[in-house]
Design a protein around this ligand. Structure first.
Ligand SMILES: [Zn+2]
Length: 252
C-alpha cells in the first residue's frame, strides 16, 4: 500500500548511529538521524569517517536520510545576528550535507504569545538563513508539536515555501484528527512521523487501534504520497511491533 518511503530512527539498537544504520539498512528505506545528543558543543557530531560510511550504506541499499536538527530553533533577540541554535543547526547541516538528506526536520519553538508578530518575523528570517545553507526551502520540514495550536506555524509557512513534517503521534497526543490535518497539508509534506501513544508518546504503534493506522495509510495511498513515513520509536521491540501493526493495518 502506498509509494511512500518507510523509515525509522537511528536509535533502534542501544548503540551508535553506524551500527543502527547497518542493522536497519535492509529493513527500511529512510533513516532519521537523530542528533539529540548534540549539545552546545559540536564535537558530538558524527565525524567525517562516519559520514563517509553512512553515505556508502545509503548507496548500497538505496537508503535516504532525514536529519532531525538537534534543537528547537529559537530566535535571537532583535539585532542579534546568529542565535546559538542557528549556529548549531549550521554545523549539523554542513556535516550531513554530503548525504544529500531527504529533508531536515526542525521545530519552531519559543513562541512569545505577547509578541507573536515579532516571533513570526524572526522565524521567517531564521528559515531564510537556513535555506541558504541547505540550498532549497523544500528541504526544510517544519514539524507540528504537541501542546501548540494547530495553526500556530501557519503565518510562517505562508511567507516561505518550506515543507512540513506532519507528526501524526503529536496530533493523536493532543486529541486531534490526523486525517483532516493530513488532507489539508499533505501536498506540502516531505516527512510524516508516526508513533504510538501509551503512557507517553513515541511508543509502539501496537498501542493504537488498527482502524487509526488504517485511516492514516489510506490517506497516504489515496494522495499518492511519495515522501517518508518515519516510525518514530527508539527501541527494537517498539520498532518490530510497530511494523507488525502497520502490516496488519494493510501496509504491504
Ligand atoms: Zn516527530
Amino acid at each position: 500500500m502506498g509509494d511512500f518511503r518507510l523509515g525509522t530512527t537511528s536509535y533502534i539498537l542501544p548503540d551508535k548511529i553506524l551500527p543502527n544504520v547497518r542493522f536497519l539498512s535492509d529493513k527500511v528505506d529512510d533513516i532519521e538521524l537523530v542528533l539529540f545528543e548534540v549539545d552546545d558543543e559540536t564535537n558530538n557530531l558524527p565525524d567525517f569517517e562516519v559520514i563517509r560510511q553512512l553515505d556508502a550504506l545509503a548507496q548500497a541499499h538505496n537508503l535516504t536520510y532525514t536529519v532531525h536538527l538537534p534543537l528547537d530553533l529559537r530566535m535571537g533577540a532583535a539585532g542579534e545576528p546568529l542565535h546559538r541554535s542557528l549556529e548549531l543547526a549550521r554545523a549539523v547541516i554542513e556535516r550531513t550535507q554530503s548525504l544529500q538528506p531527504w529533508a531536515y526536520v526542525l521545530h519552531l519553538d519559543g513562541v512569545d504569545a505577547n509578541d507573536y508578530e515579532a516571533w513570526v518575523n524572526q522565524a521567517v528570517q531564521s528559515l531564510e538563513q537556513m535555506v541558504e545553507w541547505v540550498g532549497a526551502p523544500a528541504l526544510l520540514a517544519i514539524e507540528n508539536l504537541e501542546g501548540y495550536p494547530l495553526d500556530f506555524i501557519d503565518p510562517v509557512l505562508d511567507r516561505i515555501p518550506v515543507s512540513r513534517c506532519v507528526d501524526v503521534g503529536h496530533l493523536w497526543l493532543d486529541g486531534h484528527d490526523p486525517i483532516d490535518f493530513l488532507l489539508d497539508h499533505l501536498d506540502r509534506t516531505r516527512v510524516v512521523h508516526i508513533h504510538g501513544i501509551g503512557i507517553r508518546d513515541h511508543q509502539s504503534l501496537a498501542d493504537m487501534e488498527e482502524r487509526q493506522l488504517r485511516a492514516v495509510l489510506k490517506v497516504l495511498e489515496q494522495r499518492g504520497y511519495e515522501g517518508v513515513l518515519t516510525i518514530e520509536v527508539f527501541n527494537l521491540k517498539d520498532f518490530e511491533s510497530s511494523l507488525k501493526a502497520l502490516r496488519a493495518a494493510g501496509m504491504s
